[in-house]
Design a binder for this molecule. Sequence first.
Ligand code: MN
Length: 257
Amino acid sequence: MKNLFISLFSLSVVLLSCNDNKTANPDNDSNTSSDTVVAPPSAAGNPADIKTDEGPFQIEPLKYGYADLEKSIDAKTMEVHFSKHYLGYANKLNKEIAGKPQASMPIEDILKNLDMSNATLRNNGGGYYNHRLYFATMNSAGGGAPSGILADAITKEFGSFDSLKVKLSSEAEKKFGSGWAWLVVKNGKLAVGSTSNQDNPLMPGLDISGTPILGIDVWEHAYYLRYQNKRPDYIKAFFDVVDWAAVNDNYTKALGK
Ligand code: MN
C-alpha cells in the first residue's frame, strides 16, 4: 500500500511538472507585453556535423558550440547562421567556380579580381569570405579590449578603443538594409566603413577598400530571433564576444608581418 501511494505521488509530480513546462512556454498569454523579448528556441545540432559539399572552399570549424555565445547571441541564431547561411554560401561558391580558373585561386584573389557584374560569384564569394571571418573572430571568452600591436594602433589612429567602438557601431547601425560594418587595414592604416549585401572591402570599386580584420554582420538573420528590430542592442552585445586575439592576428597578417 505504501509503495502504491509513493507510485501515485510520483506520477502526480511528473504530470504536474509536464503541465508546468507547458505554462512556462514564453509564447503563452502571460507574456504579451510588446516590450517582451521572446526567448528563441535553442539549437538542436552540433556544428562539427556540418560539412561542405565537395570543392576547394570548405567552411572552417567553429572554435565554440552554438550555445557558447549565449550572453550575446542565442544558440538557435548561431546554428541557423552557421549551418544554413555560411554553409549555403560555401556550397554555392564551390558550384559556381567548378571547372573555372577561380577553382585554384585563394578566395582573397577571387574577390580582388571580381567582375562585379557576376552576381552569383559576388554574393556567394563575398558571403563565404565574410562569414568565415565573422565566426573566426568571436569566442565564448571574447570581449574586453584589444591588446598587442593592434591596441597600440587603435589608440594611435582613433584616440582610444572606445572611440573605435563608437565609430564601428555607428557604421553598423546606420547601414540601410542588409550588409556589414568593417574594420580594415589599408596601406598599413586602420579604417572603418560598411558595405551592402555580401560585398566586402576586398572587392573593387567600393566606398571602403582594404583587408578586413573584423566584420559585424548586420543582416537580420544574424540577430532577429533575440533582438528583433533592436539592431543597436545586438551590435553592443557583439562586442562582448569579439575574440580580439584573433583580430590582432588578422591585423598582423594584413600588415604582412
Ligand atoms: Mn550572415
